[in-house]
Design a binder for this molecule. Sequence first.
Ligand code: UD1
Ligand code: CA
Length: 454
Amino acid sequence: MNLSIVILAAGQGKRMGSDLPKVLQPLAGKPLLYHVIACARDVGAADICVVYGHGGEHVQAAFAEPSLRWALQAEQLGTGHAVMQAVPEMPDDHRVLVLYGDVPLLRPATLRRLIDACGDDDAAVLTVNADDPFGYGRIVRDGDKVLRSVEEKDATEVERTIAEINTGVFCCPADKLKGWLKRLGNDNRQGEYYLTDVIGIAVADGVSVHGIKADSWVEIMGINDKKQLAEAERALQHRRAEALMSQGVGLADPARLDIRGTLTCGKDVYIDVNAIFEGDVILGDNVRIESNNLIRDSEIGAGTVVHSNCHIEGAATGPDCEIGPFARLRPGAELADTVKVGNFVEIKKSTVATGSKVNHLTYIGDTDIGRKVNVGAGTITCNYDGANKHRTTIGDGAFIGSGVELVAPVEIGAGATIGAGSTISKFAPPDELTVQRSRQTTIKNWQAPRKKDK
Ligand code: UD1
Ligand code: CA
């Protein structure tokens, strides 16, 4: 049976205290709704419809995917009313699963359990046992059999003592749901059309509603404010850390790791505390990431060590490099193998070939560095003339002395030595020493200035 998924996302989310619609608030670097859509795709939805309301244009703009359907709920008259907006275009022979844009941690495996229990003709509701069920809808059972769901505000004293709550996640055949929604009323304490009333209507029609319990509270947690958002963030990061460790990655502290995208690790990778990975990051075998690193959309070659406090973005290193501490690799930095980039070195749109070293206080931009080059401390490629960027080329085996300025476009021949403190703006021939600086003079009998008498 094909699966249609409805994601309710019309809520305003006032408690976020933000101009950004609730479902666009970021969790692990992606909007809340992104996680729900990813889960929906994972369980193989043939059709996904997002019910939107407040801030809808922004939400739609953030998910410009042609395969998503959108249904406007202009007025928020309840969860049942929200689902009504999505069902008219839904094929009768589909099974419908209702999810929520602000419940981002549901696992596909849990949903599969729910869908399996639903079968072709029954219905299924996801429940969980709550330590504090206050505020949630309660699942009323007769033995094992689910009878109905009752909202906190409409519940009797006795019903309020029930610990099993309704998560709101519900699954049933589309044709049946369409009929049940038509029979919903809003004669309740909130004057809303409750989706949860569908459970009692189904049972009255002789349809079995299976109550399936989620394994953890975290999975069904709805996000309403920044505190819950932070809780969900930690829970998701913990999940990711566990997955890495079970795959063999060493983590100094699973609670101090943040993955805001996808992190792919080889064998025997070790990650020290406070590493942040954003976008797509690949760490090869035996990579070691020391403390306090931010690595975004980059690939780190096998055996490379990234020492503490580096900022790496859009870069790639070959195997066995040593980066940092305090290095910055910017987009287009491509290092071959056994390259060393030391402290306070910035590299942008440049290639550095095998075995070269750029160890201290240096800016390398728009440059191609050959093999076994040594770039001295404080060297700067002057790649920008105020209007255009120009390239610098440094041949194999060149030795650039400390404090050199390389004014691009410029080329340093292979094996050339550049004297410390030189400003090089013309070709420096291979295997020769090129120096550009005035002779050192000493002024005889020079008097140091003295303070004036008052
Ligand atoms: C709902 C359930 C309750 C359950 C709880 C779990 C109902 C009537 N109650 O209560 O049994 O325990 O979730 O968290 O369904 N929404 C719309 N349009 C609307 C109303 C809501 O899109 O007109 C969306 C909201 O954005 C939100 C979700 O549906 O994401 C839940 O709505 P909310 O009003 O928060 O329901 P609860 O009172 O939490
Ligand atoms: Ca809620």
